[in-house]
Design a binder for this molecule. Structure first.
Ligand code: CP
Length: 315
């Protein structure tokens, strides 16, 4: 696997989960693989978990790690071709990317949807320029349309806690004050489609995800009905895809409360974090013994290490 931008590139999810289990049980077994190799992690957007877990994963593999925050300390980058650069942007991405490629063996990129153009976001213009111009293997640390490292950690967490072969997993939209990208829910839907789980997406009208991510998946606008009998509840906010980037609702009736969780089959609660408490989920639910948000975040190291290991093996 040269590049990693979607969980589908794993081919066999079962094999990837086996590899993740091995990495979790033997975190320092492959230190020789990364020796004298450098991972460059490029952030166009903020991060806590991805930044730390990916660094930790690379260090576990014996790699050197460099982190670049594009908007803090580096030259401000122009991303559009043909622009007369007479403004505040000092360097063009088309020079910056190959330069970064000279310094790294593997490049991780975080570049969120910008909500200026649905077409540009869904064509992953920033991530694809790294793939095209860096000359190095590139992996997504959350791009405009997908967050595959998160999805691998999510599925690993479900696998570790499920008590039946085919658990019912509900991904529910929940309210948030700001417009958030669809990368996490798109990617979760894409990953869950590779499992044999009973998977349902619940969201208000106007919040259906892009058809390419929901084809063949049950989607309902009735959250209570979806939650009935659920074994796992995955909460997430996203902005509208249809009315691209718009916040159409902040309906607190969609917040995951203990009353909502009572509709489930004593479900586990999942969220990728960061989470807005008492908007997305109430304090009592996220603090309950059924909340898996911390083990889920811990599994981000395992997911990143599994993917980096596969990429190093392909160098
Ligand atoms: N879940 C996740 O990607 O967290 P960060 O945005 O903090 O990296």
């Amino acid at each position: 696997m040269r590049h990693f931008t979607s969980i589908r590139q794993l081919g066999s999810l079962e094999e990837a989960l086996k590899a993740a289990k091995y990495v979790k049980e033997n975190p320092f077994a492959d230190q020789a693989l990364g020796r004298n190799r450098t991972a460059l992690l490029v952030f166009f957007n903020n991060s806590l978990r991805t930044r730390l877990s990916t660094q930790k994963a690379a260090m576990n593999l014996g790699m050197n790690v460099m982190v670049l925050d594009v908007n803090q300390g580096a030259w401000k980058l122009e991303t559009e071709r043909g622009v007369v650069m007479d403004g505040d942007k000092s360097e063009h991405l088309l020079e910056a990317i190959p330069v970064m490629g000279c310094y790294a063996d593997v490049i991780g990129v975080r570049s969120f949807a910008r909500f200026q153009s649905r077409e540009d976001d869904y064509n992953e213009v920033i991530l694809n320029q790294f793939i095209q111009y860096s000359g190095k293997p590139v992996f997504s640390m959350e791009a405009a349309t997908r967050h595959p490292l998160q999805t691998l950690a999510d599925i690993l967490t479900i696998e570790e806690h499920k008590t039946k072969a085919r658990p019912k997993v509900v991904m529910t939209w929940a309210p948030h004050p700001k417009a958030l990208p669809q990368a996490v829910p798109n990617s979760f839907a894409e990953g869950l489609d590779m499992t044999g789980y009973d998977f349902v997406i619940a969201n208000p009208e106007g919040y259906d995800l892009a058809p390419e991510f929901t084809r063949g998946i049950k989607v309902t606008h009735n959250q209570d009905e979806a939650l009935e009998g659920a074994d796992f509840v995955y909460a997430k906010n996203w902005a509208s895809y249809e009315q691209y980037g718009q916040v159409l609702s902040k309906d607190m009736g969609w917040t995951v409360t203990s009353e909502k969780m009572a509709l489930t089959d004593n479900a586990f609660f999942l969220h990728c974090l960061p989470v807005r408490r008492n908007m997305i989920v109430t304090d009592d639910v996220i603090e309950s013994p059924r909340s898996l948000v911390i083990p889920e975040a811990a599994n981000r190291v395992v997911a990143a290490q599994t993917i980096l290991k596969m990429m190093l093996e392909s160098l």
